[in-house]
Each structure stands twice: as structure tokens, then as C-alpha cells.
Design a binder for this molecule. Structure first.
Ligand SMILES: Nc1nc2c(c(=O)[nH]1)N[C@H]1C(S)=C(S)[C@@H](COP(=O)(O)OP(=O)(O)OC[C@H]3O[C@@H](n4cnc5c(=O)[nH]c(N)nc54)[C@H](O)[C@@H]3O)O[C@H]1N2
Ligand SMILES: Nc1nc2c(c(=O)[nH]1)N[C@H]1C(S)=C(S)[C@@H](COP(=O)(O)OP(=O)(O)OC[C@H]3O[C@@H](n4cnc5c(=O)[nH]c(N)nc54)[C@H](O)[C@@H]3O)O[C@H]1N2
Ligand code: SF4
Ligand SMILES: [Mo]
Length: 591
């Protein structure tokens, strides 16, 4: 029996029934702080019953009640029902399959752009796919560039593969990863595309191009428009360091690992796209890694039923708070996500639910902030309590998860099928056996369900490999980060080693509402054009002036307000990803 950690994490570790890591080279071998806590966490802070308006009810009663809410709303306007889901559990049956019900009824969906879609779209524009290097490729490299990728924290098993190799970190601050790297380069928030153009300019103009890239002439002409002096000034990286990086690429041929965080910054898509070209310019095939999730060929669209039914409306996550505030949504159905804290404008949802403008239905194993706010809450089993199929966005092992604990609550597939029955929906998408759907969805990745059930762990065969000769087009349209005014900083977020997003606080406690800065101390208000929050500022010598950092697992301020109340509704150019990193905020000391 095996079980994969289904959390939103690069590593997707695989364990035996005693929750000891399998020795699957090169991806496994040790357990992180979250993996070590999972068995204990499974018994804490759990939703153990259904509730309507704070009153404990049976699951059956809650299902009938939710069906009634949905039925009434469907008569008015299906699009005013928004289901929102993200990656609390990456299982095919937990995250993807339940979407079928909401496509069948024509509800609204989000664009699911919060995390990685910007970079996926940007890399695909150049390579035809966002698929990059595989773990087996990783170990062949003798050097690596961790670009906006604090992997020692956000991807500990990837980091472990490079411990004895030459590592370069490119970040806006001295992260743990930067401190442990052999060279750390500090770039201004949102200015990575200028740095990438600088490296490309030196590679081209100093005759260091060894690989084939289509439309190289256009790229050469384009970078010819910028002086190295200008690119250095805007990016904040010295000309010496830009030249050093170009030569490093030319001589040491590192693997380039690009963090999702970059896609959530100013010029994010353009930056990811240009960075992904650098390895090709020095002659490396598949020389980058971003996320491999879309390269396996797993048919997520089939699981979601998009071949037969679709949402009536797509709401950008960046504008979530706006839609709620404008009264365009009456019902919000949530699973696998904690949007009160993690979506931009979560405070708008709190207000709307408290004022009775929005009915909130939540299906979660834990008492998240969103679950606590809900009008109706249904208990979900954890990944240790249900069968599922789990993939990774890094490695190529597909896993058949079997429960090692008895289930609490109702699974996602059972819940949507029960709801469909109450709503008298007999659509083929709901009637199809979920396991048949899984079988169909994994076949393009070269795996059958039977084989997976028998072997438990099977290697997928990547279906979408990057073009050997990527296209330099589209060229970027970079915007210079503005000059900061007095008491202004660029706010960025980063992973914390003890938490996965907002999860694990029942084990490791609440993170203090702290902003790490170069030169502020004491209680401060962080103010953007969209809202204000109150946090404690702490000086950190690793943070340069003009930058401030909050861990993305500490998203509640001193007054219990979501930090994301200050995230403005700004969308990325490629996929609409919210700009979470590098937002300009004023720091007001209140002492
Ligand atoms: N321990 C742990 N691991 C996690 C998670 C977790 O919560 N905890 N979350 C998972 C999830 S959902 C995700 S999306 C990934 C995220 O993992 P990563 O993509 O590796 O990024 P983050 O941890 O969000 O950290 C963002 C980093 O980018 C830097 N940064 C911010 N703006 C810029 C910029 O403009 N330029 C550059 N060069 N750097 C910038 C920040 O200083 C920070 O170090 O990690 C996953 N892994
Ligand atoms: N300011 C700011 N905001 C951010 C970020 C940032 O860097 N800065 N990062 C963004 C990123 S990259 C991401 S990915 C998002 C993450 O946003 P979310 O996906 O909302 O993050 P999680 O905290 O992992 O919440 C997942 C929820 O799923 C629940 N869950 C876990 N397992 C299951 C299950 O089996 N079934 C069901 N039904 N529920 C389950 C958990 O209990 C939890 O409540 O946050 C984003 N928000
Ligand atoms: S959180 Fe990530 S590193 Fe930790 S056990 Fe899960 S998959 Fe592995
Ligand atoms: Mo994420």
C-alpha cells in the first residue's frame, strides 16, 4: 500500500502504509516538517459533522439544504453560483472530478490563475508546452540557477538534489536559499525581465549563442534597443553581475529553475518566458523547469467534463473581491480551498456573507477560516482517508492512494453525486463512474487504472515535450517598476517551511502577523490602493531597503483581517494571474 502527499507541493512525496518515505530515487528519501506532522494533524481541528447556520445537522440534511439553495439560484441565474476550488489536495477525484456538477448546471468558475498559470502560458508561447526537465535530467546538471525559487523551503527534495552542486539564487532578498547558495543575486521586484534581457544581450552580442532559437534575429534586434547600463539600472543588478551570469550560463550550463512566484509579479509572464529561453540560447535542451503538470498528458479537461458541459462564466481570481462587492455572486461553493485568506479581496467575501448577500457553502476536512464563516459546512475526508490518484508537477510517478485511516465525512465524488440526485440531474457526466473517468484521463500519460491499481506507483510517459527549437517570439513588453515614494515598499510573499499555504496551523500554531523589512520596527499599517491591514514590522538584514516580506502562511493581520484585503485587482498579461508579489504599499508606523 502506498500513499502520496497530496498537498500543493512540488515534491509529492510517496510513503508506505506506515507513512515512511519510499526510497524512490531521485525524488524521495526524507520527510519534511509537514509530512512528519500529517498523521498527528489528521486528528486535529477536523470538521466532524455537517452544520447549517452554526447548527449541527446530519450530512443528509445538509445535502438537501444545499440542493435547495442551488435549485432556487438555478431558477434565477446559474451564473450567480460561483464554485471555487484550488489545490488543497491534488487528487484527481478530489480536485478535478467534482467540477463536473458545476459545469453541468452552468455555474460560474474562477480562472484558477492564482498560482502558476501565468508562467505556464508564457513558456508555452515559446516552447509549445510548459513541460521542462525531469528529475532524471536534474541529476545530470552540475550547476543550477534558482530564479525566484526559494527551493530550500518551497521544494526541499528538489533542493536536496543540488546540495553538492554550484547554486545561484536570483531573488529580491537574501532568502534561506540565497544564503545557502554559492552566489546570490538581488534583483528589484518585478524587474527580472530586464535582467533576463541583459543576460540575453550579452550572450548574443559577445558571441556566446550555441543553440537554435527561431526568430533569433528579432530577439537580437530587440535587445539591441536597450543599453546594458539601462538594463542594469532598472533591474538593480550590476553590469558585472549580468556579465557574470551570461558567462556562467555559457560555461557551466546550469539548469534553470523558475519559481511560480515570478508569474505573480510585475512583468511576470514576460520574465518567465525570457528566462526560459536562456538555456536554449546556450544550447541546452529542456534546460528549464517550471511545472510539468501539463506535460504528462493527464486529461484534466475530461475529468472536469469539459467535453460535454461548461461554466457559464469565468471570473478572474484577481477580481474575486470585486465581483463579490458588486453583488454579481449570490452563492459561493468552496472545496479544496481557503479563499477567505488566499484569494485577493477575501475580506469582501467575509462582509458579503456576514451581511447575508452571499450564501457560502464549504466542503473541507478542517476548520479553515472559510469553513468557519460558512452558512453550510460539510465534512470531507483527508487524503489519508480516501482512494484517489495523485500526480506531481515535478516528477513522473503516478500514485494510487489507498486510505490508511477510517474516513470522516463524505468524499467529494459522493457529495456531488448526492447533490446531482437531489437536483434530479441525470447527466452522462454524473452517471459515468468516476474511476472510468480517471482511467480515461490517465491513459494519454501511458498508464491504465488497472496497471496503477496493481503496481500502485507507475511512471508516466510525458506526452508534451518542449520544442527543440523554441521561438523567441512573443517579445516582451516590459514595464519599469515605478520609483518608490517615501515610506513605500514593494511587498512580496514566500513559503514558510512549516506550513503549506494556510494549512498546518493546527500543528505548528498561528504565524504572527509579521512583515519583515529592512528598516521598520513596531506596529505598522500596510496600505495599498485597495485596503489596509495592521501587522508588526521586524527588521531583517536579509531584506533590502524598499522591500517587505510576509510569509504566505501568515495571511491574517493583527485584527484578524485577511492580508489579501490589500491585494489590488491587477491581472497578468498571459493568463490573468493576480499580482501578489511586488505590490506597492505604504508603511505607516503606529507604535
Ligand atoms: N514549505 C512550503 N512549500 C511550498 C508552499 C508552502 O506554502 N510552504 N507552497 C507551495 C505553493 S502553493 C507554491 S505556488 C510554491 C511557491 O514556491 P516558489 O515559487 O518557490 O515561491 P515562494 O515560496 O512563493 O517564494 C517567492 C520567492 O520569490 C521572491 N520574489 C518575489 N518577487 C520577486 C521578483 O519580482 N523577482 C524575484 N527574482 N524574486 C521575487 C520572494 O522573495 C520569495 O523568495 O511553493 C509550494 N511549496
Ligand atoms: N498574499 C498571497 N496570497 C496567496 C499567495 C501568496 O503568495 N501571497 N499564494 C497563492 C498561491 S500560490 C496559492 S496556490 C493559493 C493557495 O490557496 P488555497 O488552495 O486556498 O490554500 P490552502 O491553504 O492549501 O487551502 C486549501 C484548503 O483545502 C482544504 N483541503 C485539504 N485537503 C482537502 C481535501 O481532501 N478535500 C477538501 N474538500 N478540502 C481539502 C484545506 O483544509 C484548506 O482549507 O494561495 C494564494 N494566495
Ligand atoms: S509537503 Fe511536500 S515535501 Fe512535505 S511531505 Fe508533502 S510532498 Fe513531501
Ligand atoms: Mo501555489
Amino acid at each position: 500500500m502506498v500513499i502520496a502527499c497530496t498537498r500543493d507541493c512540488y515534491d509529492t512525496c510517496i510513503f508506505n502504509e506506515n507513512y515512511r518515505p519510499l526510497n524512490l530515487f531521485p525524488i524521495n528519501g526524507f520527510t519534511c516538517a509537514r509530512g512528519r506532522a500529517d498523521l498527528a494533524r489528521n486528528e486535529k481541528n477536523r470538521v466532524l459533522s455537517a452544520y447549517i447556520d452554526g447548527k449541527e445537522v446530519s450530512i443528509d440534511e445538509a445535502i438537501r439544504y444545499v440542493a435547495k439553495i442551488l435549485r432556487e439560484e438555478l431558477k434565477k441565474n446559474p451564473a450567480s453560483i460561483l464554485r471555487t476550488d484550488y489545490d488543497g489536495n491534488q487528487g484527481l477525484l478530489t480536485w478535478y472530478y467534482p467540477d463536473r456538477l458545476f459545469n453541468v448546471i452552468g455555474a460560474s468558475q474562477t480562472d484558477r490563475s492564482i498560482c502558476s498559470s501565468e508562467g505556464h502560458a508564457a513558456i508555452r508561447a515559446h516552447y509549445g508546452t510548459s513541460m521542462g526537465a525531469l528529475p532524471e535530467d536534474f541529476i545530470k546538471y552540475r550547476a543550477a540557477v534558482f530564479w525566484a525559487f526559494p527551493a530550500s523551503v518551497s521544494a526541499p527534495h528538489i533542493w536536496a538534489l543540488f546540495i553538492k552542486k554550484f547554486r545561484v539564487s536570483i531573488d529580491v532578498r537574501l532568502s534561506d536559499t540565497a544564503k545557502k547558495s554559492d552566489k546570490a543575486i538581488i534583483v528589484r521586484p518585478g524587474a527580472d525581465v530586464f535582467l533576463a534581457l541583459g543576460i540575453i544581450k550579452v550572450l548574443i552580442e559577445d558571441g556566446m549563442i550555441e543553440g537554435k532559437v527561431r526568430h533569433l534575429e528579432e530577439l537580437a534586434r530587440y535587445v539591441g534597443n536597450f543599453s546594458l547600463d539601462y538594463l542594469s539600472r532598472v533591474s538593480g543588478v550590476s553590469i558585472d553581475d549580468i556579465k557574470w551570469l551570461a558567462e556562467f550560463y555559457h560555461e557551466r550550463k546550469p539548469l534553470t529553475l523558475i519559481g511560480f512566484a515570478l508569474g505573480r509579479s510585475l512583468n511576470g509572464g514576460d520574465a518567465v518566458g525570457m528566462i526560459s529561453l536562456i538555456p536554449a540560447l546556450v544550447g541546452l535542451r529542456r534546460g528549464y523547469y517550471y511545472s510539468n503538470s501539463l506535460g504528462w498528458g493527464i486529461d484534466f479537461d475530461y475529468l472536469r467534463g469539459l467535453h460535454m458541459a461548461r461554466s457559464s462564466r469565468v471570473i478572474p481570481m484577481a477580481e474575486f473581491g470585486e465581483y463579490v462587492e458588486r453583488g454579481e455572486i449570490d452563492v459561493v461553493y468552496v472545496w479544496n480551498e481557503n479563499p477567505v485568506l488566499t484569494l485577493p479581496g477575501g475580506d469582501r467575501l467575509i462582509e458579503a456573507v456576514r451581511e447575508g448577500r452571499v450564501r457560502l457553502i464549504v466542503h473541507d476536512p478542517y476548520w479553515s477560516e472559510t469553513a468557519k464563516l460558512a452558512d453550510v459546512i460539510l465534512p470531507a475526508p483527508t487524503f489519508l482517508e480516501k482512494h484517489d490518484v495523485v500526480y506531481s508537477y515535478w516528477h513522473d510517478y503516478l500514485v494510487y492512494n489507498e486510505p490508511i485511516k477510517s474516513p470522516k465525512g463524505i468524499t467529494e465524488i459522493d457529495l456531488i453525486r448526492r447533490l446531482a440526485k437531489e437536483l434530479e440531474i441525470a447527466h452522462p457526466l454524473i452517471l459515468e463512474d468516476p474511476w472510468d473517468a480517471v482511467d480515461k484521463a490517465i491513459r494519454p500519460a501511458g498508464v491504465t487504472l488497472n496497471e496503477l491499481r496493481e503496481k500502485k506507483v507507475v511512471k508516466m510517459k510525458p506526452r508534451y515535450l518542449p520544442a527543440d527549437e523554441p521561438d523567441a517570439l512573443p517579445l516582451p513588453s516590459p514595464v519599469e517598476p515605478g520609483q518608490l515614494g517615501k515610506d513605500e515598499v514593494y511587498l512580496v510573499f514566500a513559503s514558510h517551511p512549516l506550513y503549506t499555504n494556510t494549512q498546518f496551523r493546527e500543528v505548528y500554531g498561528e504565524l504572527e502577523p509579521v512583515v519583515y523589512t529592512h528598516d521598520y520596527e513596531g506596529v505598522v499599517i500596510l496600505e495599498s490602493g485597495y485596503g489596509r491591514v495592521r501587522v508588526r514590522a521586524i527588521k531583517d538584514p536579509g531584506i533590502p531597503p524598499g522591500v517587505a516580506l510576509i510569509y504566505k502562511s501568515g495571511l491574517v493581520d493583527l485584527d484578524g483581517k485577511p492580508i489579501n484585503s490589500i491585494i489590488e485587482p491587477v491581472k497578468g498579461k498571459y493568463a490573468g494571474t493576480p499580482r501578489l508579489n511586488g505590490i506597492r504599499v505604504k508603511l505607516i508606523s503606529v507604535h
